[in-house]
Design a binder for this molecule. Structure first.
Ligand SMILES: NC(=O)c1ccc[n+]([C@@H]2O[C@H](COP(=O)([O-])OP(=O)(O)OC[C@H]3O[C@@H](n4cnc5c(N)ncnc54)[C@H](O)[C@@H]3O)[C@@H](O)[C@H]2O)c1
Length: 329
């Protein structure tokens, strides 16, 4: 006998077929961060496991969940990252998201989580740039030219109306070249540089989106911080020496709790005190940049409230478009 309810399964193709507009995702993510700033959400700390007892993080498993009354849903995302996947033709990041209605608790949808993660992460960076970068910036740079560089290209276009040039550094020159073609196709000018320092020297808006690895040789120091810098790190502090972060005027994050939670894993170990959260700035509860010469760094860990809102929008659009498979539970 069945359980008299069903759930909508959306694989990656179905999620992508919804074609949820990046501008809409930026608005959803901003709303989610503002709800969080007002303490109107529940969001326990992420949990994280690494393969083996020796902290081998070549494969990890992570769970993150949140409940956002304003959206009417709770969600849990269960993902894995594996260095070995590329050789098998599988993406580095794989996973599923469970979306539950708050009203009845039922699982309304189970969907691939990778597209959501890809898009909402860049949308959160766009929220940071919108509220914290100097207006009229004409370029940004990426350190790391993979999947996230592409979604950031899409997202930052919405909050940087004067954007013309994208500086690119990747340890893999082929990745830089491939991303340069994408930038060109978007009607912008790509400029590949040979060192990460060159990105910091040539533009004031920088996204670091390389590898997350606790024992990485951190490079960015105080002399990399130029007046007017706005940088968003989605790769934790893997590019930053503590002395570099100390030179930043406004050090922010999307989640103070998550910064503390990750410290035992070797990240942000000696970093200076954070001023507050991005959502508080977006909500008008915390002052951001005070003057054009200020430097700002936002260390975005990725928060589950962003997933709830984005998944809700995908689920509702998919239903209207009759996408996915209905599974009887
Ligand atoms: N904070 C968040 O919310 C969030 C969300 C999604 C992904 N991430 C992280 O963002 C990072 C990028 O994700 P992705 O999906 O684009 O990965 P990806 O594998 O598609 O791209 C990463 C790129 O970075 C390059 N790279 C690696 N080490 C580098 C270094 N030291 N300097 C410069 N480039 C380097 C690689 O060659 C690759 O081209 C990953 O670390 C991922 O775990 C964070």
């Amino acid at each position: 006998m069945g359980l008299n309810h069903s759930t909508l399964f959306l694989n990656r193709d179905a999620v992508e077929a919804v074609n949820l507009d990046m501008k809409k995702i930026i608005d959803i993510v901003e709303e989610a961060l503002i709800e969080k700033a007002h303490n109107r959400v529940q969001m326990p700390a992420k949990h994280w496991m690494e393969r083996g007892m020796d902290r081998d993080n070549s494969r990890w498993f992570g769970g993150m969940s949140s409940l956002v009354p304003k959206f009417g849903y709770a969600a849990m995302k269960w993902q894995s990252g594996s260095d070995e996947n590329a050789a098998k033709g599988i993406p580095y990041l794989t996973g599923l998201l469970f979306l539950n209605s708050i009203e009845d608790g039922l699982v309304a949808s189970v969907m691939d989580s990778t597209w959501i993660t890809q898009q909402r992460t860049a949308a959160a960076s766009a929220v940071a740039i919108k509220h914290l970068a100097n207006p009229g910036e004409e370029s940004f740079g990426v350190v790391g030219a993979g999947v996230q560089a592409r979604s950031h290209l899409e997202a930052l276009g919405h909050v940087m109306p004067a954007l013309e040039t994208v500086f690119i550094y990747d340890i893999n020159p082929d990745a830089s070249r491939r991303f340069a073609e994408v930038v060109q196709a978007a009607g912008l000018t790509p400029k590949i540089v040979n060192t990460p320092r060159a990105v910091f020297d040539q533009t004031s808006v920088i996204i670091t989106c390389g590898r997350i690895q606790a024992d990485m040789d951190r490079l960015a120091d105080a002399d990399w911080v130029r007046p007017g810098l706005t940088t968003v790190a989605i790769d934790y502090d893997c590019y930053w020496k503590p002395s570099g972060l100390l030179a930043i005027d406004h050090l922010l994050t999307d989640d103070l709790g998550q910064i503390e939670h990750i410290k035992p894993y070797g990240y942000f170990v000696d970093s200076p005190k954070f001023k507050g959260e991005l959502g508080s700035v977006a909500a008008g509860l915390l002052e951001g940049r005070k003057k054009p010469d200020d430097s700002v760094a936002v260390m975005n860990m990725g928060v589950a409230v962003e997933d709830v809102g984005t998944a809700k929008a995908i689920y509702e659009a998919a239903r209207a478009m009759k996408l996915g498979q209905v599974l009887e539970l």
